[in-house]
Write a protein that binds this ligand. Structure first.
Ligand code: IDC
Length: 478
């Protein structure tokens, strides 16, 4: 039967006849797709592309997009919301667990940053699961274009998020995502978050309560609260359940005030994150499940790797990230970098080891840490170079030397923060605590006294940082 049906069909097709009813074995899903490709920005040697995929056929449960760059001088350097690969000029992007299912007429957005030389980075020949797509290719205004090879744009109204539901950082910005080298809000606009890090919550837990979080949100007008959970030094390893609960409570307190919560898995000594790999998987499975529905949680999976290669850190990240993604697919993950999150600089390296070998996951940023009195021009130069290639987040910095003590270096601190502001790099200052050391913002005894507002409770560093953080945010909403 099968054989004769096949012959019948082959004959009908050869004769140019329409086949009205196909036997079951030949039924195939209706296929069709539309791709709208936009170069959202372009600069000498680099560009960012956003790709919107619309399924015009039957529902699909996974997809692979393919297209050709104009030549092999164009390279994908980092992609998001898909697994990106490139061979010669051929680029493929495969769906992730959370965006593979597309009903009829459903759309999803993916994107990348790339490098280019020679010709314009205008792509051609889009296919989705092997089917040729219609669509549009839109360059950035004012940049050279090349020849679009797909059909002209048709109306494709963007699904814009609703206006802000309040005035807190989270109410305005909503769920964040990595967009090229930036952190973007729900309106797809780059933003910078500014805030404070706790000291080790095993030592300074009494400093984090309703009054201090109110002060951070309302008096400091912070956007971000970093929760530093040491793993060693009397931290998580001594009582995983209690520390997980403590972190969860602090996330809830930040959430209640519309602050972004940065969960810091504070590895430090030993510096090899693999030492704590099993603990990291257990911890991040728990916290990502608990906070999966929130829009304000960011995961920092390794505070300061040291004495290990970038390849080793990357392999740790690629084992921890899937644990988080399984529960919280759109949560941003920040990966520590080599040599105490210095992009390798403090051990004689530089940012190229990350630029040339990024973590194989989307929605990922890279940590950079500095202590203003110890780390100066050569570190700033590394940040300046890296910032146009990879998404950076200063999850920790001090205004003093690398020990957390010594004189407050206002000049270097201001130079650093001016640089971060100009690059829209988010930051958290070490520490919102009343430790005697000069990096701690609060005067000793403040946490016992319980009043956290104003400048009277602050050391010089705290006064300076509060002044920087409380200036208006100006988050874009359209
Ligand atoms: C320091 C604290 C200090 C504490 C010490 C314990 O300021 O009170 O005794 O940790 O390990 C980092 C680390 C951070 C350090 C900080 C200052 O992420 O844990 O905190 N620092 O030394 N990296 C560079 C500097």
């Amino acid at each position: 039967m099968r054989r004769s049906a096949a012959l019948l069909l082959a004959g009908a097709v050869a004769a140019g006849l329409a086949v009205a009813v196909l036997p079951q074995t030949f039924a195939s899903a209706a296929a069709g797709c539309r791709v709208d490709y936009t170069i959202t920005s372009q600069w000498p040697g680099g560009f960012q592309g956003d790709v919107r995929i619309t399924n015009l056929g039957d529902p699909i449960s996974g997809w692979s997009l393919a297209f050709d760059f104009a030549n092999t001088g164009q390279r994908i350097t980092q992609g998001w919301n898909a697994t990106w690969n490139q061979s010669g000029s051929r680029v493929t992007a495969a769906s992730q667990s959370w965006n593979g299912s597309l009903g009829t007429n459903a759309a999803t957005g993916i994107g990348f940053t790339g490098s280019w030389s020679g010709a314009n980075p205008v792509p051609a020949s889009f296919t989705l699961n092997g089917t040729t797509c219609t669509g549009s290719v839109a360059p950035t205004t004012g940049t050279p274009t090349g020849n679009p090879t797909t059909s002209p744009p048709t109306s494709n109204p963007p699904t814009s998020p609703p206006p802000p539901t309040g005035t807190t950082p989270v109410a305005i910005n909503g769920q964040l995502r990595v967009c090229g080298v930036n952190l973007c809000n729900q309106y797809n606009r780059p933003i910078q978050l500014r805030g404070m890090s706790t000291h080790g919550i095993q030592w300074f837990g009494s400093c984090y309560n309703n009054a201090s979080l109110d002060a951070l949100a309302n008096d400091w007008k912070a956007d971000l609260f970093r929760i530093s959970m040491y793993v060693q030094e009397q931290g998580y390893e001594t009582n995983p359940t209690a520390f997980t609960n403590q972190v969860n409570n602090l996330v809830d307190m930040a959430t209640a005030r519309g602050l972004y919560a940065l969960i810091d898995f504070h590895i430090l000594t030993p510096g090899d994150p693999h030492f704590n790999l099993d603990r990291a998987k257990t911890f991040f499975a728990a916290v990502s499940a608990r906070h999966a529905d929130k829009k304000n949680v960011i995961y920092e999976i390794a505070n300061e790797p040291n004495g290990v290669s970038w390849a080793s850190i990357k392999s740790y990240a690629e084992q921890v990230i899937p644990v988080i993604r399984a529960n919280d697919p759109d949560g941003i993950v920040i990966v520590g970098t080599r040599a105490w999150s210095s992009l390798g600089v403090s051990e004689g390296g530089n940012e190229t080891e990350v630029v040339n070998n990024p973590v194989n996951a989307s929605n990922v940023m890279y940590a950079f840490h500095f202590y203003a009195a110890s780390h100066r021009d050569n570190y700033r130069a590394a940040v300046s170079r890296a910032a146009s290639r990879i998404p950076l987040f200063v999850t920790e910095f001090g205004t003093v030397d690398y020990t957390g003590s010594g004189p407050f270096d206002q000049a270097s601190s201001a130079t650093w923060l001016d640089l971060l502001d100009s690059l829209k790099i988010s930051y958290a200052n070490w520490t919102f605590s009343d430790h005697e050391e000069s990096s701690a913002a609060l005067l000793p005894g403040t946490c016992a006294r319980g009043n956290y507002t104003g400048t009277g409770v602050l050391k010089p560093s705290g006064q300076f940082i509060r002044g920087r953080i409380m200036t208006a945010d100006n988050f874009p909403t359209s």
